[in-house]
Design a protein around this ligand. Sequence first.
Ligand code: CS2
Length: 455
Amino acid sequence: MRLSPASLERVPPGVDRFAYDRKAQDIGIVHFGLGAFHRAHQAWYTDLCMDEGERGWGICGVSLRSPTVAEQLNPQDGLYTLTERSGDESATRVIGAVREVLVAPQGPEKVIARLGSPDVSIVSFTVTEKGYARRPDGSLDLAAAEASFYPLLTAGLRLRRERELPGLTLLSCDNLPANGRELKRLFGEWLAAHAPDLVGWVAAECAFPCSMVDRIVPATTAADLDWLERRIGVRDEGAIFTERFSQWVIEDKFAGPRPRWERRGAQLVGDVEPYETAKLRMLNGAHSALAYCGLERDHEFVHQAIADPALRGLVERLMRQEAATSLTPAPGQDLEAYADALLARFADPALNHRLIQIAMDGSQKIPQRWLETLAYHQRRGSPCPALIEALAAWLKHVRGDRRPVDDPMAVQLANLWATEGSGGIAAAMFGPQGLFAQTWQADEATLTRLTRRLA
Ligand code: CS2
């Protein structure tokens, strides 16, 4: 039997669940990219806040491509469980916040109508780095943007203006530096090309807060679903598994009402940047290094890679000597303690976080995770052996001869390898004319070092 409002009563009392009147909640949030991360993070905060008395923050999730999530959640009326795991312990909660799941290609007009609803005041995004359609030089790839959220958002905002409704808060929750400002800039480029008449209205009526989001959410496996079914007595095809830790730092800059997410631990601040940069360079930077170096050494999971003494040393150095020293902490932000906490999170075997999941889309991730740190230290003449080691492992990974490469630039990267070979690939990527020159141009010594490592 599937999890649903009707089968909820069969779920044992040890499983926590929402306590608010679900049907009475209007949809106040439209979310693009209803993946596992959103369901473990923002939807969970919102669900807990509605338990605290916040009202009208039901979520309409929009999948931009695949019908999979809709097929998982719609037969369950949007209900799903979130299980937090740590060591031998676990705790499960039924989440009620998702009220509707739309699949954009199956009905774009429904998405536009929802964006045009007077009840909606927030549009949030977890569309992954590539969903923003940025080229390596930072500009908007108009063709790729066409297949992402840009056209729908434009049509929805146009409808609001026609109806004389207020604008929206557009809240990016992806792992990009200054994600709100990036969204604003990229959406501005899109509007200039496709809807110049909306530029002024969007600037006046919409807000683009930055946010730092953090929770490790491994992809759910079939074995996880079976384990949960044995535990709770019903089948949840939309179940999500995560760690106990969660963090959300949001720039307090909204165009209209918002849930008081701080009631359940979100931090509303004036400037997100110190948190966001630390998270990208330390957590995500270490993650990507573990992924490429770990796969090279035939590890499968993060907890296995971090238990490998060679990789542990590399990650310690990357976080403490290379990433942390490139940061300016906010008052009270303790980067040594942050590194300690990250190591403990990575080591938790309960998560079974696959390295291959993190290895995805490296071309979209490494600029903010590694290259900005490398640029910082190069200006000061300090070496970054751990990051160079990680870069070499990434270069080898995208050559694609050991395992398939899941990356929007996979073909381009493989072609570069084919034409440049191990003697020229480093310069083709990171040299003065390299693909990533916008973020970092390696000096001669570094290129030589990298090339030697690939030989
Ligand atoms: C990971 C992130 O897959 C990845 O690239 O580094 O998803 C990471 O688990 C989250 O950002 C943690 O908050």
